[in-house]
Design a protein around this ligand. Structure first.
Ligand code: SAM
Length: 212
């Protein structure tokens, strides 16, 4: 189970997303889809700049859901991101998918971030999106000897966004170690614009055979 603890980098990434939401969407409609922990740091940060009724949290851990439901009613989906996408198409225009594992996925947890993010982007009705995600290099052997940060960025920008026909308008990134030790976390924040003339032949997913 995910444990929240005081992490200044997490606070910074949430504040970055909040500030970008204000800059980009100003008075436009805002709808967010997020992964959050028991302390609901992301929810509490985003609600400073948007209506909390328009924030949906997906959470697969039962006791975390119970904590979250003490504060929000109706907008917590109990299940995995993949379950959520099987049941509904997201019409959010702000995403913070704060994954706890590798971008390539994990068979034991059934999490496949690239597949889920592609489903989200390919079915999005919005021309403009704020899209943030964090990945962790725990258990990743497929990119040994390479920079995990660069691999994640290529998977997102040279594959996923091109495949879904979104162009990067703005981006910002951050890498950090959780609790100052342990696994590397890589955070990406994008403003994406729909662009239907992107050449999909430029879209090349790497390492599809070697995902771990
Ligand atoms: C890293 S924490 C989110 C932290 C929060 N965004 C913050 O800034 O403090 C990720 C949360 O999402 C849940 N989670 C992780 N992967 C998930 C998935 N594939 N489907 C549903 N919930 C997931 C975890 O149980 C955890 O509570």
């Amino acid at each position: 189970m995910y444990q929240d603890f005081n992490c200044p980098e997490k606070e910074r990434v949430n504040n970055k997303i909040r500030d970008l939401v204000t800059d980009i969407f100003k008075n436009k409609a805002k709808k967010a889809l997020i992964l959050d922990g028991p302390s609901m740091t992301t929810f509490n940060t985003l609600k400073q700049v948007m209506d909390p009724k328009n924030i949906t949290i997906i959470e697969r851990n039962c006791s975390t859901v119970q904590q979250q439901q003490k504060h929000v009613h109706g907008n917590v989906f109990y299940g995995s991101v993949a379950n959520y996408l099987d049941n509904s198409t997201s019409n959010a225009n702000i995403f913070f998918l704060d994954w706890m594992g590798s971008i390539f996925g994990n068979r034991s947890t059934g999490d496949f971030p690239l597949e889920s993010m592609l489903r989200i982007l390919k079915t999005s009705p919005h021309r403009q999106l704020i899209f943030a995600a964090t990945f962790c290099n725990r258990g990743v052997t497929a990119v040994e000897g390479e920079s995990y940060f660069e691999t994640c960025r290529d998977e997102l920008e040279k594959a996923l966004f091109r495949d879904a026909q979104y162009r990067v308008k703005e981006s910002s990134t951050m890498t950090y170690k959780r609790n100052g030790s342990g696994a590397h976390m890589v955070f990406f924040l994008y403003v994406l614009k729909k662009s239907t003339n992107i050449d999909r032949s430029l879209c090349e997913y790497m390492l599809t055979e070697d995902r771990k």
